[in-house]
Design a protein around this ligand. Structure first.
Ligand SMILES: [Zn+2]
Length: 479
């Protein structure tokens, strides 16, 4: 039997505000900071402490909702989700339940079969829990993270492979970074995934029983967990068994899912409206103010790059796939002279520069080649000061030292030789030194010209203007 997987994603996004969701505590780095340095009576659940909603967090959530085409609800309600766990001392999490902040959006993703739309059911605000570390039979509690603003974005089950789920997740991360509401640093846990997975016989409509895999902290883990569950559930059904509706974890080391607990229903949490917070009202004026501040999003940037810069679709997509890369490109383009076309700059970036970055395994934020330096380098090529071959060497040097390309060219005597008399002299030296090759060229072996070209270029230490060289060589060979 062939099975079709049905996948929905819940994405938990920490909002990059200065302070927590319902108190004035600072949001501190979850990896670097000392434990329990950002804690107060509100986020540690002391009796009588009252929460106040963080305006900035609400606006960040609105940005995300708007970017995903959601309706921003004029009234949303904070609710208490009751559960006891040591990472949340007040024994409930403030979340939004029946009336979330944003509803009914969508996202366009690229799949191997073209573009498709994944519907977004809702996005709601809540607070993060603290962190537990289990060492030698003891459990250590760190409440720095308790109360950090969290936005949960829930998709409809519109995805049908792990690849599609990954495309959705990567796209979402890119949008969040463009919006400036999340750093996208997955290793710090600022974005976490939960995947709902079921399978059904291909061609049928009825949804199978789903499992929910929690705490997936990387794209890789998410993809692997989904693929694992698809295979596991298919096998269970093929062998005549029944998939249980359970909440699962992902064991990275063993590369397999494991059952954590039976699926809890919402009534298990005894949700009720948070009595200490009024309904969240968002009027049109507030919405318009936030909407006016929205930055250009990846999709719009892609269309602009295609229309304004005459780039290939491939290049444009590579450049907008990461906010920092898009900004680098535009900044370099601004600094380059008129002779540098966007296409030339894009080629140098996605070609030579990215190759160096891949080799060194560093991101664009950490390289020594500034946008100014790349602009300067490509300008030198465009103006014929250096040829491409030399430019690659210069880029390698800039990459290593961060020096200015102009200085490297000047100090190294690397400027391109465009002096036609000098080039003519080198051509005739080479022609005189290789009479046999010249004869075979003249008897019809045209390929020999390329070999002779290489010899002259070598004499010129690679610095000759290739166009002038070729013209001069062909002229002398024809004589
Ligand atoms: Zn606090």
């Amino acid at each position: 039997m062939k099975f079709e997987p049905v996948i929905g994603l819940e994405v938990h996004v920490e909002l990059a505000t200065e302070s927590k969701m319902f108190c004035g505590c600072a949001v501190v780095d979850s990896v670097e900071a000392e434990p329990n340095i950002a804690v107060c009576p509100v986020c540690s659940g002391m009796p009588g402490a009252l929460p106040v909603a963080n305006e900035r967090a609400i606006e960040y959530a609105m940005r995300v909702g708007m970017a995903l085409g959601c309706k921003i609800e004029p009234i949303s309600i904070f609710a208490r989700k009751n559960y006891f766990y040591p990472d949340m001392p007040k024994a409930y999490q403030i979340s939004q339940f029946e009336e979330p902040l944003a509803t009914n959006g969508k996202m366009l993703i690229e799949t191997e079969n073209g573009e498709k739309i994944v519907r977004v059911l809702r996005a709601h605000l809540e607070e993060d829990a603290g962190k537990l570390t289990h060492i030698n039979g003891a459990s250590l509690v760190d409440l720095n993270r308790a109360g950090v603003p969290l936005l949960e974005i829930v998709s409809q089950p519109d995805m049908h492979s792990a690849t599609e789920a990954r495309a959705y997740a990567e796209n979402l991360r890119n949008i969040l970074r463009y919006l400036g509401v999340n750093s996208g640093d997955m290793e710090k846990g600022v974005i976490r995934f939960e995947a709902n997975i079921s399978v059904r016989p291909e061609g049928t409509e009825k949804l199978g029983t789903r499992t929910e895999v929690k705490n997936l902290n990387s794209f890789r883990a998410m993809e692997d967990a989904i693929n694992y569950e698809i295979a596991r559930q298919s096998k269970v059904i093929e062998e005549g068994g029944k998939v249980d509706q359970v909440t699962m974890g992902w064991d990275e080391a063993k590369s397999q899912t494991y059952t954590m607990r039976g699926k809890e229903d919402s009534h298990d949490y005894r949700y009720f409206p948070e009595p200490d917070l009024p309904p969240l009202k968002i009027d049109d004026a507030w919405q318009e103010r936030v909407r006016a501040e929205l930055p250009e999003l990846p999709r719009a940037k892609l269309e602009r790059f295609l229309a304004e810069f005459n780039l290939s679709e491939y290049d444009a997509k590579v450049l907008v796939a990461d906010k920092t890369i898009a900004e680098y490109f535009e900044s370099a383009l601004e600094k380059a002279t008129q002779k540098v076309t966007p296409k030339m700059l894009a080629n140098w970036m996605t070609g030579e520069l990215f190759a160096r970055m891949n080799q060194a395994e560093i991101g664009i934020k950490d390289i020594k080649v500034t946008p100014e330096a790349l602009a300067e380098l490509v300008t030198l090529v465009a103006e014929g000061e250096i040829n491409k071959k030399t430019a690659k060497e210069v880029l390698a040097e800039v990459f290593k030292s961060g020096k200015s390309p102009k200085v490297i060219v000047k100090d190294g005597g690397l400027a391109q030789v465009s002096d036609s008399e000098l080039i003519a002299g080198l051509v005739s030296t080479v022609i005189n030194a290789h009479p046999d090759e010249v004869t075979s060229y003249r008897s019809g072996k045209e390929g020999v010209a390329n070999w002779l070209f290489g010899q002259v270029m070598r004499e010129a230490r690679g610095r000759a203007n290739p166009q002038i060289l070729r013209e001069e060589l062909m002229r002398q060979l024809a004589a």
